[in-house]
Design a binder for this molecule. Structure first.
Ligand code: BG6
Length: 487
């Protein structure tokens, strides 16, 4: 991917956790790979508590370098990467400081990107301050999730930002959309003739989407306790995955064709009746337990978490899509912290054959299943029945395995690297459009409201398990179970 488009990448929250772990390492990777970033492109870090560029570079050396490469850093590339970095000290509480930024950016060629790696409460003040010095022209703005706390607060942010930046200047990040396997899902569905004819209610019995984490809330107890798994993972990552799994073939891969189709899915989600929430939604919170042989504390004792917190660290949902392709097919979504394994996968369970000439074993559900593993190792596994060797016609489950690292040894890109390059190059397809975001909030809101007003606490689960038993019971009612297998 060669580029000659010059840019200035302005990073607000330049000393934050996200800059340290994701954004600067991703920009370094793009720089190291060569040819992805224009030579003249610069990164302008903005922070309040740092005295000058030299101090910021010390911080980058100390905090960012350990995150850039597991296999040792290419020192020459690192040194030339640091040459791209400039620094402007700005106190965000002091809008006059933005004249310093305007002066630092004046006369530069190419596009300006403002990346707001800050809390959402700063999005609107930063946008106003940028506009006050005319920096909203010829610029793109990147907004990190969470964008708001509910539909109302997300609308308030979008309205305010929308007065300053046009929709095509706004890049709302959902880093799951930048993951290679998620891209591959589009390739699998729309680049092959094999799957699409079966990808519908006539042949699909149910679909599961799991994003399970072993990690707890780490140093983010305070943020997480005010957020919970529904806002942190379902409203964005899981509903985005769902919309890619369920969308109609887009007319092209341009940004609006893909986003239009995703939006149609989000708008077709069957609204949840608050009276049914007990049947279609399970929320849980982890208690003390063990992960890979180490004891881990209960959520309620994590730093920053209220001891009597009722915030959910686990969610399982049954979702339906009201359209011709998917009517009646349950989509089971699940995510949680401190679960038994770190895995993100999509499982498509196909129906049993309508009539079996081969005996009852061919009639069992789950015989044909497609498992798309997004992480930790990208694989696609297609389960079929085959005849067991020997006398008689006995069927056994076998699978075809596709491990992507066997075919593609190089060129894998981290999600943030892909997304940042897309921003610099003006490609919007992998960013969430405002209407998609609104549709997602609108759909989760009755669940949020019901959980906020009911006095039922989340169901407990021991850290290191697969969540509350109620999540399994919900699937059992549909004659199925979560796929939890070793790879
Ligand atoms: C983030 C959530 O959006 O995604 C985190 O805020 C979560 O709580 C993370 O840990 C998971 O991302 P990944 O790429 O590690 O699966």
């Amino acid at each position: 991917m060669q580029t000659d488009s010059s840019f200035t990448f302005v990073l607000f929250g330049g000393t934050g956790d996200l800059s340290m772990r994701k954004i600067l390492p991703a920009l370094f990777e793009a720089h190291r790979a060569g040819g992805m970033l224009a030579d003249s492109g610069k990164i302008v870090a903005v922070a309040r508590h740092v005295a000058d560029r030299a101090t910021y570079i010390d911080w980058v050396n100390e905090h960012v370098k350990p995150h850039v490469s597991k296999n040792g850093v290419d020192e020459t590339a690192w040194a030339s990467f640091l040459d791209r970095i400039e620094f402007v000290k700005i106190d965000l509480g002091n809008p006059e400081d933005f004249t310093l930024l305007r002066d630092a950016l004046s006369g530069r060629p190419g596009i300006r990107v403002f990346y707001l790696a800050t809390g959402p409460s700063l999005f609107v003040p930063i946008c106003h301050a940028l506009a006050s010095v005319g920096l909203n022209e010829n610029s793109r703005i990147v907004l990190e999730k969470p964008l708001g706390y509910d539909l109302k607060s997300s609308n308030a942010i979008n309205d305010a930002v929308g007065e300053i930046f046009a929709e095509e200047q706004i890049y709302r990040i959902d880093h799951y959309l930048g993951k290679e396997p998620v891209q591959n899902l589009l390739a699998l569905r729309f680049g092959n003739v094999l799957f699409e004819p079966l990808w519908r209610r006539e042949w699909v019995e149910s679909i599961q989407i799991t994003i399970a984490e072993e990690l707890g809330v780490e140093a983010r107890g305070d943020f997480y306790d005010n957020t919970g798994a529904l806002r942190d993972m379902v409203q964005n990552h899981l509903l985005q995955l769902l919309s890619i799994v369920a969308m109609e073939p887009p007319h092209s891969m341009d940004s609006d064709s893909v986003r239009d189709e995703k939006l149609r899915v989000l708008r077709a989600l069957k609204p949840i009746d608050p009276r049914d929430i007990g049947k279609v939604a399970v929320r849980g919170q982890y208690h003390a337990g063990g992960i890979r042989g180490s004891a881990v504390p209960a959520y309620a004792t994590e730093p920053g978490v209220k001891p009597d917190s009722t915030t959910e660290t686990f969610v399982a949902l049954k979702v339906e899509i009201e359209n011709w392709r998917w009517a009646g097919v349950p989509f089971f979504l699940r995510t949680g912290k401190r679960l038994a394994d770190r895995v993100a996968e999509i499982v498509v369970n196909f129906r049993a054959v309508p009539h079996s000439a081969l005996g009852a074993s061919a009639l069992r559900g789950g015989a044909n299943r497609l498992v798309i593993r997004l992480q930790p190792n990208e694989t696609i596994r297609l389960y079929c029945l085959a005849k067991q060797p020997g006398e008689g016609m006995n069927l056994a489950s076998v699978h075809l395995d596709l491990a992507f690292d066997r075919f593609f040894r190089e060129g894998q890109m981290e999600a943030y690297q892909r997304l940042l390059l897309d921003v610099i190059n003006g490609r919007l397809a992998l960013f969430v459009r405002r209407d998609e975001q609104e549709a997602a909030w609108r759909w989760v809101e009755p669940i949020l409201n019901e959980w906020a007003t009911s006095n039922k606490p989340p169901k407990p689960y021991a850290a290191g398990t697969w969540g509350p038993a109620a999540a399994s019971a919900m699937l059992a009612q549909h004659g199925t179970c979560w796929l939890e297998e070793e790879n």
